[in-house]
Design a protein around this ligand. Structure first.
Ligand SMILES: [Zn+2]
Length: 81
């Protein structure tokens, strides 16, 4: 089964152990060819990693921009400013 909404999509069961016990973790990745230690800020991309809490399998890695766009639609759409 897939979990879907307008912006993010992922399998609802861990591909390794079929658990549904997931958690997000914030991290960064180097998307450039620059060696670690010579990186500057624009070489690093923030990501949100969806991982299985039972076996530590990485279920999916989302660019932080996708999560931000999702939150903008879900949270700001419902806010009454
Ligand atoms: Zn698992």
């Amino acid at each position: 089964m897939q979990v879907r909404n307008k912006m993010i999509e992922f399998k609802s069961e861990c591909p390794n152990c079929e658990s549904q016990n997931f958690s997000f973790e914030a991290s960064t990745v180097n998307r450039s060819n620059v060696a670690n230690g010579r990186l500057s800020g624009h070489d690093i991309e923030p990501v949100m990693i969806l991982g299985c809490l039972d076996c530590s399998e990485t279920v999916k890695v989302f660019p932080a921009s996708e999560i931000a766009e999702f939150l903008n639609q879900k949270v700001l759409k419902n806010s009454k400013v």
